[in-house]
Design a protein around this ligand. Structure first.
Ligand SMILES: Cc1cc2nc3c(=O)[nH]c(=O)nc-3n(C[C@H](O)[C@H](O)[C@H](O)COP(=O)(O)OP(=O)(O)OC[C@H]3O[C@@H](n4cnc5c(N)ncnc54)[C@H](O)[C@@H]3O)c2cc1C
Length: 546
């Protein structure tokens, strides 16, 4: 811990103008045009901002506060459209301990400096590290990167925000611990903490990350430190073993919210099974998504298929390893016939459903004919490593369903144009064929109106699917950026008219999605927010909560 006395803080404040140099003081106010490399918080004069920066430097060290255009640049990088520069941070501060987080919050409260916490800041398709409104300072927790505890008997982990899935994988391997991780498709560079707090998903039987989460440590806006569940009991040995604790269950209010800074997170690890068998089922028509949904529903409900299943659209699969111009040079949406033909050349269907069976050879041998029979009866082609071992898409998904580390899917970001870009729209669908068919048709129609391609994946939970629609555009082309922004807003609005709302959204559409969850829901969130953070310094605007 860096202990900073009140006197030192005052001295640092007094020195601020000189110590900060021209960069912080010359920083333009929010309305200034400049190059949008950074923007100051609304209502905070440059001189006050500079004084706050000096105090933060006294807490974390000079080099861990980024408050000029050059050093803030990495935090401004985002793949989503932001044509009017509404999501530009004022800088970043990177603490190394809980005590430093608490001290930073004190400063932020005093100056009314809004802070946007991130873990590894790779929220790709949702805004990366950028805040819900310009001027917020990124609270970058990546220096807090300790794996605090792995319980090898219970298969539990307790980690800090800066730990990546790769760090954890390396630790398990180095210590010969027989556990699998469940990773999002960009696992190596992202964090269990950031992903779980966004209620992200992966593709083993432990794919619902918040479901597998157990115990948190949170710093509230006033600096109070809280441990959830059994973590509140002095000397408890079951913090990572029992989720619910006693009294109201609190962990949920710290996910997809701005009610606290999570400094530790517990979760469960999957025991490596003795046997594992991956499958892909291929269907050839866009409309077949209905049959796939209806076939898979009972197996997810009775857990015969235990993992987070992915139904991958052919355009998404092609975009992983190809660029649009390889197949189609017209501006308008790629016709289904072209997508289908290109997919077929590569041994892919129009829809490619990846699932796996886990356990022992005997269990897998007993379940496989039941599942295979159902898919074949629905018209699907069921394939395994025997036929697909050379197929790069099959290899990728086979690895993912056992928690493998890969960054191959990031390729989709460069589908279009010179710079590439993507924004995710992720409406929830109940696991009924009529619903997924309807969502697919509506998404295709709206995307076509704006000349964008339909590159979908459905991630199947128990009784619902997250329909992940990656809108791929060229951020290097300002008119296209604006069009992408309009298109995602139209999708959010028109899906909501049919009762389909997103489970998660990017920083530019948080308020729009919040509106769809209704006034009562928003008012309750606002009351909790005001009670916990009366100065509204933590991530204002996140999930539409001011
Ligand atoms: C090709 C591609 C594939 C993807 N696949 C998946 C996938 O399979 N599954 C999936 O879920 N996502 C996926 N993503 C989206 C995203 O990249 C991941 O969800 C990633 O894990 C989020 O980034 P992060 O872990 O760095 O979280 P961060 O960016 O650090 O955090 C996300 C948000 O959570 C909040 N937050 C983070 N840490 C804290 C904290 N300590 N206290 C309070 N609030 C905090 C902040 O609002 C922050 O903006 C994919 C993206 C791409 C481009």
């Amino acid at each position: 811990m860096t202990t900073v006395s009140r006197r030192e803080i005052l001295q640092a404040s007094a020195l601020s103008a000189a110590a900060l140099g021209a960069a912080a003081l010359a920083a333009p106010a929010m309305a200034s045009p400049l190059d949008h490399a950074r923007m100051l918080p609304e209502g905070l004069p440059p001189r006050e901002f500079a004084a706050a920066v000096a105090e933060l430097r006294a807490i974390v060290g000079q080099q861990w506060v980024f408050a000029d255009a050059d050093s803030t640049l990495p935090y401004t990088k985002s793949l989503i459209p932001d044509p009017d520069h509404r999501h530009v941070p004022s800088g970043a501060v990177a603490p190394a301990s809980v005590e430093e987080v608490q001290a930073i919050l004190k400063v932020a409260n005093r100056y009314r400096l809004p802070l946007w916490p991130i873990s590894t800041g790779k929220n790709m398709g949702y805004g990366m590290a950028t805040p819900a409104s310009s001027g917020q300072m990124v609270l970058d927790l990546k220096r807090m990167n300790r794996i605090i505890e792995i319980d090898a008997e219970l298969g539990t982990a307790l980690v800090e925000p800066g730990v990546t899935y790769q760090d954890l994988r390396d630790y398990l391997d180095a210590n010969n611990l027989p556990f699998w991780l469940d990773v999002p498709t960009v696992g190596p560079i992202v964090s269990p903490v950031g992903n779980t707090l966004e209620r992200g998903v992966g593709y083993t039987p432990y794919g619902d990350h918040f479901f597998m989460q157990c115990g948190m440590e949170v710093v509230l806006a006033d600096g109070t430190l809280v441990r959830t569940g059994m973590g509140s009991v002095p000397g408890s040995t079951s913090w990572q073993a029992f989720k619910w604790g006693y009294g109201p269950y609190l962990d949920g209010i710290f996910t997809q919210s701005n009610f606290g800074v999570v400094t530790k997170l517990g979760f469960w690890l999957m025991p490596a099974p003795p046997a594992y068998k991956p499958f892909v089922v291929q269907f050839d028509e866009m409309d077949d998504v209905a049959k796939i949904t209806d076939t898979i529903r009972p197996f997810r409900m009775n857990n015969l298929i235990p993992n987070g299943v992915l139904i991958m659209g052919a355009a998404y699969q092609l975009a992983m390893f190809h660029r649009r111009a390889d197949f189609w040079t017209e501006t308008r949406q790629i016709p289904d016939a072209v997508v289908k033909a290109e997919a077929r050349k590569r041994g892919l269907g129009m829809w490619n459903t990846y699932f796996a069976l886990y356990g022992t050879d005997e269990i897998i041998a007993a379940v496989e004919p039941i599942v295979r029979g159902a898919f074949e009866a629905a018209g699907g082609k069921v394939l395994t490593a025997t036929e697909m071992s050379d197929n790069p898409w099959f290899r990728h998904h086979a690895s993912l369903m056992k928690g493998g580390m890969t960054l191959e899917e990031i390729g989709i970001v460069r589908w279009r144009g010179t710079e590439g870009g993507m924004v995710a729209f992720a409406p929830v669908a109940p696991a009924k064929g009529t619903e997924t068919r309807g969502q697919t048709a509506l998404a295709k129609e709206i995307l076509a109106k704006y000349d964008f391609d339909y590159a979908p994946a459905y991630a199947v939970g128990g009784r619902e699917l997250h329909h992940i629609i990656f809108l791929l555009y060229d951020k290097g082309h300002p008119a296209e950026e604006r069009k992408a922004d309009a298109c995602v807003r139209e999708m959010i609005t028109r899906f909501a008219e049919r009762g389909w709302a997103a489970y998660r959204t990017g920083v530019s559409t948080m308020d729009l999605v919040a509106q769809q969850y209704g006034d009562a829901n928003r008012a309750l969130n606002a009351r909790i927010k005001h009670a916990l953070d009366p100065n509204h310094i933590l991530a204002p605007g996140k999930q539409g909560i001011a």
